[in-house]
Design a binder for this molecule. Structure first.
Ligand SMILES: Cc1ncc(COP(=O)(O)O)c(C=O)c1O
Length: 496
């Protein structure tokens, strides 16, 4: 069968439809028995969602050891993304990232990674016990966010840590910046270091030459690719893509079976199957449309008075290797407005939902599902905001710099160490035993094992005062730190 014909099939979804339509008498779980127990969701949404919510019945294969329709669907996915293997994931890209790192790094193995990683990578260090060596991403000092890692910095980290097991890169960062992934892959592979890519925001890359290279095209060993973010599947569904002989495929399966549910949602699996088909048939058109819509917005916004679009030229001029043209970053800094304030204003006044607001910028994501009508609404809203006459003045508390804290001890050690709770204002010099962040973007201000400094305290104070929900384990103004007086550090031999 030719590739096009194969890609037009949906093995898992087709089997699920057949199962539902077969008139089966369900004496298995789930207990709603294909939606036969009425509830408010069925009344509101119709019965389809519950009807198609099966749990691994006979004939629908098993995600823990796929040999039938799930395997066929995964193989089609691998073929589409130019990978040797694809694994369907139902725990979000978080699970794909945990699996990627756990199957490559054992405790005390060195892993090179940019500090502006998502919390799932930090948590993977707790699970694996790997030792992070942080690479410095390019920092945009003007607008206060971190970009991609330049080749020279990746090379430096590799040269200084020739025993590293893996290097982790973002493709792209939340704001759309990418590294010279191919060159880094080549350099790392010459030294037998695996390249693991957090491609949570890069599903679209595989389908359009106007976009940066996808991880698999660049030659990465593994990529955690969020089909649900920009690929069109349901939220929480994701894929782990793998390529090449550095991967131990049997071990990846073992790790996935530690991390994944034994009751994966058939709706999530089916949504991966149909999204893959849609990308195979229309990936180019969908991504071209996303780029076109985004370019249209950039063009319409080129004469703003004080708000400013940070377009691809801006990123490239600041040293970024390449840029994802499905993203729109707009700054309101010169008006004295924070990205957070504009994020809220857009929703409250214009009913426009941005992806995220940061200190000085707001991020908007475009996909093949973005409509011209929505883009026009966005453009008009931004132009409207740009007209606001009153200049805001950033208060003192706002003026904290972009800065990463000092790394003291590996995250797993901090996770297991005895803890105490301190008010964040008294925490200077303490070693954090938790990761603290706002979400999105979910990039920790401090990760467990790092030292809390003035900047961390100032940043937490700012977010608390402005009423942001800070993600951390401890309540209110308290943070969890290592109780160093009672801490007996583990020796190198203690742990595998
Ligand atoms: C860069 C990055 N990596 C990983 C993740 C985790 O993905 P998920 O929310 O699908 O678990 C996110 C989510 O926001 C992300 O932004």
């Amino acid at each position: 069968m030719k590739s096009d014909e194969k890609q037009s099939q949906t093995p898992f979804f087709t089997a699920l439809k057949d199962y539902v339509k077969s008139g089966v008498a369900p004496f298995d779980v789930p207990g709603h028995k294909l939606g036969r127990i009425q509830n408010d969701m069925i009344k509101e949404l119709g019965d389809s969602i519950f009807l198609y919510d099966a749990n691994a019945p006979y004939g629908l294969d098993n995600l823990s050891n796929p040999r039938g329709v799930i395997k066929e669907a995964e193989n089609l996915c691998a073929e589409l993304f130019n990978a040797d293997a694809a694994y369907f994931i139902v725990g979000g890209t978080t699970t794909a990232i945990h699996a990627m790192i756990m199957s490559t790094c054992r405790a005390r193995d060195t892993v090179l990674l940019p500090r502006n990683v998502h919390k799932s990578i930090v948590n993977a260090l707790v699970l694996s016990g790997a030792v992070p060596v942080f690479m410095k991403p390019l920092i945009d000092e003007e607008y206060g966010f971190a970009n991609s890692v330049p080749f020279e910095e990746a090379k430096r980290a590799i040269d200084e840590n020739p025993d590293a097991k893996a290097i982790v890169l973002l493709n792209p960062t939340y704001f759309g910046a990418v590294s010279d992934l191919k060159r880094i892959c080549d350099y790392a592979h010459e030294r037998n270091i695996s390249v693991l890519v957090d491609e949570a925001h890069g599903t679209q890359f595989a389908f359009n030459d106007q976009l940066p290279l996808s991880a698999m095209e660049a030659g990465a060993d593994m990529a955690a690719t969020s089909m649900h973010k920009t690929g069109g599947s349901l939220t929480q569904s994701s894929i782990l893509l793998c390529k090449g002989s550095r991967n131990n495929y049997e071990y990846i399966r073992t790790v996935l079976n530690i991390l994944q549910s034994t009751s994966p949602s058939s709706l999530l699996l089916a949504s991966l199957d149909v999204a893959r088909k849609s990308l195979a048939e229309n990936g180019y058109e969908l991504t071209s449309r996303a780029i076109e819509m985004r370019n249209y917005a950039v063009n319409k916004l080129k004469d703003l008075k004080r708000a400013k679009v940070l377009d691809e030229d801006y990123f490239l001029e600041n040293g970024v290797f390449n840029y994802d043209k499905t993203r729109l970053v707009v700054s309101f800094k010169d008006m004295g407005y924070s990205g957070f304030a504009i994020y809220r204003l857009l929703k409250e006044k214009y009913n426009i939902q941005a992806e995220l607001g940061e200190k000085y910028v707001v991020l908007f994501i475009f996909t093949g599902g973005t409509t011209l009508n929505d883009v026009n609404r966005l453009v008009e809203a931004i132009k409207d905001i740009d007209q606001i006459e009153v200049d805001q003045v950033f208060d003192e508390d706002f003026l904290f710099g972009h800065h990463f804290p000092e790394y003291v001890v590996r995250p797993r050690e901090a996770f297991h160490a005895p803890k105490k709770y301190v008010n964040y204002l008294d925490a200077k010099g303490e070693i954090s035993a938790e990761s603290i962040m706002i979400y999105p973007p979910g990039i920790p201000l401090v990760i467990m094992g790092e030292r809390i400094d003035d900047n961390v305290m100032k940043t937490i104070k700012f977010y608390l005062m402005k009423g942001f929900t800070i993600l951390k384990d401890s309540a209110g103004e308290f943070i969890k730190v290592i109780d160093t007086e009672n801490w007996i550090k583990r020796s190198d031999e203690d742990e595998i």
